[in-house]
Each structure stands twice: as structure tokens, then as C-alpha cells.
Design a protein around this ligand. Structure first.
Ligand code: SRM
Ligand code: SF4
Length: 645
């Protein structure tokens, strides 16, 4: 029988292990402190609060030495596969105004965050979420986090339906069983947010191979929960919208030729968090572990969870994620320990097609006569600002048409089950509120992500969300300058090395390394199957152009046809990139981009107003031609008309 986690006793467990143990299954000191008339929680209560889906933060813009911090709480939803029913969305929208900072934020793991909730309003906020069929339980803390799945609601592609369904089932299987959540936030009243599948209920209790802790309020976790956060996703062969290699555990739905579910390929050991200057911390891609038939999937998940629960490092939280256990042990030993808990060997991993990065923006058929619409949200922040009133637009659409929503892993949202008769009107509401179609957005922005960083994140050492807009504009200007006006790449930035916007899987990743300074990561695959590498340790943001101009020029000169920037950087390697940058003469660009290019290719430059250029880009995309082809054709037509008149 497995007892409460059995990390080898040689090393002292971390402080958080003691806090969890004393919490009486996530109750104290949180419950007691919540009742006090204070504006913040103690350090111990903060650790327990996380398991309930909330972080204590302070507005870092308002910090004054010697004065008390400006405390508030961030709340995060647990929404497997990103599913948000209309009632819940409308509640969150209202709570953001009543108790939060007036914004909602779609996260990189398909949840919503509310920022700025005062301690005194926390209970009312969480209770309102639960009463609207939502939950925050387990959105943060040392346990299984929000389970991700491709957000596309295709009704005629069974694998997508299974992925969403099993994301829910795995989320349910690994949901904490403690009564603490309902006791603290709902005075003991239990709200059922959805029926659990009978297979999940049976699997939670099934022991056989030591995955269960008997007579515990938490049969899967025990009193110490996991050594650290644990992240899982379920996806479909070929669909890497979920960044599957960055997850502790990935299930890939495997179906037969008729689309019936057969089983799951399993990967494990991905993770991105690291610490600057500590080479023993690093991002890591998940490894293939094996295949299981569908009947074994719950036991396989429990086996992997139990292996990490019982052997993960509980003394050093920087070394506690599953990725370090697998790195230290090697895949073979990990697989064999997991097989011990599973009670049988994993079957060989099945072949898979190539992975694709998908964001599902724009209008699509669902396959059942209904439509879905993917809406781009800059950095995931839903707000009203000037002419851009996304918050009001979404509220109006959801109130009017009662549409369910799926949050995507790229900080966007999809509205679905849309009657085609309402498509025009919905598009008009969005346009009236300044929301651009996906074809009107610069692709640099469309494929970018930024974490919140300052002022809410206590771990940020540089800006991210608040500065990504101007940075993308500067990169676009630079691409135009070097003669790559139509080029795009996957860009992600974070305010610290924890990697919340998954920058190590972006073709260009900027990672905060001090105020206004960023580590530069280059070379990830555009489909997120290869990690980037560190190109520069510290780039002052003022040097963005001088850093990237040589790289883009080199790319333009030496890329293979259709090669992406990430693939190019990976192919030539960091040494060649540094060498080119060191010997690069900026004056050469002037010659190259104007006279020389003009002489060589017979090409000439014309300056176009940015708004006209954006319209041209949009039209070119719709027509499937390049901007140059479009402009050439339009001007030729115009000249012909002038000549005839
Ligand atoms: Fe994260 C901690 C925000 C996805 C790795 N993350 C934090 C905290 C809670 C800061 C803190 O501990 O005080 C951030 C709150 C900021 C704020 O003001 O809201 C924070 N993480 C986020 C979100 C909101 C970023 C976003 O732009 O959407 C994402 C919430 C996802 C969700 O709904 O659950 C978010 N965080 C991620 C991801 C990406 C993912 O999961 O796909 C990662 C990298 C993947 C991974 O975990 O390996 C990530 N966050 C971290 C880490 C580093 C973990 C590690 O293994 O070292 C921390 C720090 C920690 O845990 O000690 C962290
Ligand atoms: Fe905060 Fe760092 Fe995560 Fe950004 S990456 S939200 S700065 S913890």
C-alpha cells in the first residue's frame, strides 16, 4: 500500500510541504484568516489559497518603500478545454466590474483570470463563480492544473469531441476531493458543476497497484498533494494548438478509421519554468512514454501522477516538476516505475502525423450546420479602451445569442453554436466596437503572446503585456526596412524566466532579465516541436533594432525557400548568427534595399501610408496573393484606365 508521499527521507522537505500537511486538507490557516478583518493573508494562508485558485498580489506600480503594499487577489478559473458557458461568462464580466479591475484575462492554459479582487470580496466572488457553474478549485497550487484541449468545436470530427470529453474526465479524476472548497467559500453548500462520468468515479477509488492512498480525504493526492504543479492536456493527432511538448502529461486521442476511440498515445515530462543563472533549471520537451487502450487511460494517468507524487523532489521546489524526475531517471526508469503502478507495460507509442500550430481564428463551420468564430484578443486582455471595446462587444453578443465560449491556448476566445443567420449581425457588433477580423491583424500580433508581468505579477523583473504592442510594431517596421514586409514569425515574451507565455517554444522569445532588459531566445520550430536557445543573455529593449536587423538581413539573404525564421536560426546555428551580427555593416542595408536591389532585380521602393498597407495586406490574404502582386495589378489597372481616359 502506498502511504502519503514517500520522498526519500534523506533531504528535508521544503517549507511548503509542512504548510500543506498542517492545512488539514487545504482548510487552515486560510479559513480562519478569511474571517479576520484584514486586507491580506499570511504567507502560510497564501500557499493554501493557491489551491483554491487565487494568488495574493500587490499593485507593484503603487509600491512605496516603508508603506504597506496595495494588496489584492487574482482569481483563476478551472475550465477544462477552455469551456465557459454563457451564464459563467456573464458572471465573470460582472465580477470584473464589481470586484475586479474591470478586465478579464484569457490565459495561456485556457482559463480566465480576474485581477484586483480585495480580500473582503473574495468569498462573494468565488461563490458567484461556483453558482454560475464555474470553479476555481485547483486552478493554482501543487496539483493538476487546468487540463487543456484543442478548442475547436468540430462536431463532425470525433477526435476533437473525444479530446474535449477526456480533458473533462481527466480534470475530474484529478480534482481535489477535500470538502474545504465548499466549506470556505459556500458555507458548506455543495454545488455540482457537472456530473462526473461513472468511469471517473470508479477509477478514483480503484487501487490494485498502489496508486491510491486509502482512508484519506484525498485518495489520489494524500495530505501533501503533488510536489509541485502538474499540467496535462489531451489533443488530437496533428493538432499542436495546446503546446503538447510543454506539458507534464499529454494524451493524444487515437481513433480507428471510422473515428471510434481506440486509446491514447502518452507523452510526459515537458515543462518550461527556469531561473536565470541556474543552469540546473531548464525548459524541457515531453518524451513519448507509450500507448494505452482506452480502458486503461485512467489507470495510466493515475500511474504517472503516483510516480511523480511518490518520487518527485519534495525538498527543492526548483527541482520538483516531473520533468526533472524524468531527466534524472531517464525515460526507461520512469516508464518502468509508472508501469509498476499501472500493473502492466505500456504498449509501443503509435506513429503520428506532423504537428501543426493552429489558432482557429475567424469564421468556421462546426460540421453540424452551426458556425464558430475565433476572436483575436491582444495579450488575452478583455477590456474596453477608447474605440476598442471588446468587453462590451462580447457581453452584448453573449447576452443576445447565449453563446458558449472556448478559451484558446493562445489567449484568444472562440464563440460557437452560432446560427449562420446571426453571423452578419455578430460581425457587425464586433466591428462597431472596434474589433478587427483576424485578417486585419498584423500576423506578428496574431501569433504573439505576452504574460501579465507588471504590475500584478510578483515575480516579474521586466514588463511584458504592457510593452508587447510597441515591440511588435518596432519588429514590423524592421522587417519592412530589411525588405521582408510580408514576413511573420511566432513571438512570445515574458517578464521573467518562468515561461508563462511559453517563450521557449516561440521562434523569437524575449524573457525578462532585469528592468527593460530581455534574454533573447531563438530557433524554436514554428509548430512548437523544438525548443529555442539563448542567443543573448541581456538585451536592453532600446537595442531591439540593432539586435534584430542583422538577424533579419541574414535570414533574408540565406534562407531556403519558404523557410521560417525559427527553422533558419536553428539550421545555421547560434555561432553563425553571432558571427553574421558581429561583422554586419548597417550601411550595407541602405545600398541593398534601395539602389542595389533596384539595379539587380529591377525593383523600386514606394512609401505607402500604414493604413493603406494594412488594407492591402488584408485583401492580399483574402485573395491568396502577395501584397506586391496585388499592388502591381491594381496600379497596372489604374494606369490603363488613366491612359484610356
Ligand atoms: Fe505561470 C507563476 C501567470 C501559464 C510557469 N504564473 C505564475 C504567477 C501565478 C506568479 C506567481 O507565482 O506569483 C503568474 C500570475 C501573474 C498575474 O499577475 O496574473 C502566472 N501563468 C500565468 C498566466 C496567467 C500567463 C498568461 O499570460 O496567461 C498563465 C495561467 C495559466 C492557467 O490558466 O492556468 C500561466 N505558467 C504558465 C505556463 C504555460 C502553460 O502552463 O502552458 C507556464 C510554463 C509551463 C510550465 O509550467 O512549465 C507557467 N508560472 C510558471 C512558473 C514556473 C513553474 C516552474 O516549473 O518553474 C511560475 C512560478 C512558480 O510556479 O513558482 C508561474
Ligand atoms: Fe509573472 Fe514570470 Fe509568469 Fe510573467 S512569466 S506572469 S513575469 S511569473
Amino acid at each position: 500500500m502506498v502511504t502519503t508521499p514517500t520522498q526519500p527521507a534523506v533531504r528535508k522537505p521544503s517549507k511548503v510541504e509542512g504548510i500543506k500537511e498542517r492545512s488539514h486538507f487545504l482548510r487552515e490557516p486560510l479559513a480562519t484568516e478569511l474571517a479576520l478583518d484584514t486586507n491580506h493573508f499570511s504567507e502560510d494562508a497564501v500557499q493554501i489559497l493557491k489551491f483554491h485558485g487565487s494568488y495574493q498580489q500587490d499593485n507593484r506600480d503603487n509600491r512605496v518603500r516603508g508603506q504597506e503594499k496595495d494588496y489584492s487577489m487574482m482569481l483563476r478559473t478551472r475550465s477544462p478545454g477552455g469551456f465557459i458557458p454563457p451564464e459563467l461568462y456573464l458572471t465573470l464580466d460582472r465580477l470584473a466590474d464589481t470586484y475586479g479591475n474591470g478586465t478579464l484575462r484569457a490565459t495561456t492554459r485556457q482559463g480566465f483570470q480576474l485581477h484586483g479582487v480585495l480580500k473582503k470580496n473574495l468569498k462573494a466572488t468565488i461563490a458567484a463563480i461556483v453558482k454560475s457553474m464555474g470553479s476555481t478549485l485547483g486552478a493554482c497550487g501543487d496539483l493538476n492544473r487546468n487540463v487543456m484541449a484543442p478548442p475547436a468545436p468540430y462536431r463532425d470530427r470525433p477526435a476533437y469531441i473525444y479530446a474535449q470529453d477526456y480533458a473533462n474526465r481527466i480534470a475530474d479524476l484529478l480534482t481535489p476531493q477535500t470538502g474545504a472548497y465548499y466549506e470556505i467559500w459556500l458555507d458548506g453548500e455543495k454545488f455540482v458543476t457537472g456530473e462526473e462520468h461513472p468511469e471517473v468515479i470508479a477509477a478514483r477509488q480503484r487501487n490494485g497497484t498502489g496508486t491510491i492512498i486509502h482512508n484519506s480525504e484525498e485518495p489520489i493526492y494524500g495530505a501533501h498533494y503533488m510536489p509541485r504543479k502538474f499540467k496535462a492536456c489531451v489533443t488530437v493527432p496533428g493538432d499542436n494548438s495546446v503546446d503538447l511538448y510543454s506539458q507534464d502529461l499529454t494524451l493524444v486521442v487515437m481513433t480507428d478509421a471510422q473515428g471510434a476511440l481506440e486509446g491514447f498515445n502518452i507523452l510526459a515530462g515537458g515543462g518550461l519554468g527556469r531561473t536565470h543563472g541556474k543552469s540546473e533549471t531548464f525548459p524541457r520537451l515531453a518524451d513519448p512514454i507509450g500507448y494505452v487502450d482506452k480502458a486503461d487511460v485512467y489507470d495510466a494517468v493515475k500511474a504517472i501522477v503516483a510516480t511523480q507524487r511518490d518520487y518527485g523532489d519534495r525538498s527543492d521546489r526548483r527541482h520538483a516538476r516531473l520533468k526533472y524526475l524524468i531527466e534524472d531517471w531517464g525515460v526507461e526508469r520512469f516508464r518502468s516505475q509508472a508501469e509498476h503502478y499501472l500493473g502492466k507495460p505500456f504498449q509501443p507509442f503509435k506513429p503520428l502525423p506532423e504537428w501543426q500550430y493552429l489558432d482557429f481564428l475567424g469564421w468556421h463551420d462546426q460540421g453540424d450546420g452551426k458556425r464558430f468564430l475565433g476572436i483575436n484578443i491582444h495579450t488575452g486582455r478583455i477590456k474596453d479602451a477608447g474605440d476598442f471595446r471588446l468587453k462590451t462587444a462580447l457581453k452584448q453578443i453573449i447576452e443576445t445569442y447565449r453563446l458558449p465560449m472556448l478559451i484558446t491556448p493562445s489567449q484568444n476566445v472562440l464563440l460557437y453554436d452560432i446560427d449562420p443567420a446571426n453571423e452578419v449581425e455578430i460581425q457587425q457588433i464586433l466591428a462597431r466596437h472596434g474589433i478587427r477580423r483576424e485578417t486585419e491583424i498584423d500576423r506578428l500580433e496574431r501569433y504573439s503572446m505576452a504574460c501579465p508581468a507588471l504590475p500584478t505579477c510578483g515575480l516579474a523583473n521586466a514588463e511584458s503585456e504592457r510593452v508587447i504592442g510597441p515591440i511588435l510594431e518596432r519588429l514590423r517596421t524592421l522587417l519592412v526596412k530589411v525588405g521582408l514586409p510580408d514576413e511573420s514569425l511566432i513571438f512570445r515574451m515574458t517578464g521573467c524566466p518562468n515561461g508563462c507565455a511559453r517563450p521557449y517554444l516561440a521562434e523569437v522569445g524575449l524573457v525578462g532579465n532585469g528592468p527593460d532588459q530581455y534574454q533573447v531566445w531563438l530557433g524554436a520550430a514554428p509548430n512548437q516541436t523544438r525548443l529555442s536557445q539563448v542567443y543573448l543573455e541581456k538585451m536592453p529593449i532600446s537595442e531591439l533594432e540593432t539586435t534584430f536587423e542583422p538577424l533579419f538581413v541574414y535570414f533574408k539573404q540565406s534562407r531556403k525557400p519558404a523557410e521560417s525564421f525559427g527553422d533558419f536560426c536553428d539550421r545555421v546555428g547560434l555561432e553563425a548568427l553571432h558571427h553574421f551580427a558581429a561583422t554586419y555593416d548597417p550601411a550595407s542595408l541602405q545600398t541593398n534595399s534601395t539602389e542595389k536591389v533596384a539595379k539587380k532585380d529591377g525593383r523600386h521602393r514606394v512609401t505607402i501610408h500604414p493604413e493603406i498597407y494594412a488594407q492591402l495586406q488584408q485583401l492580399a490574404q483574402t485573395q491568396g496573393v502577395s501584397v506586391s502582386q496585388l499592388v502591381h495589378g491594381a496600379i497596372a489597372n489604374y494606369l490603363e484606365q488613366v491612359a484610356q481616359s
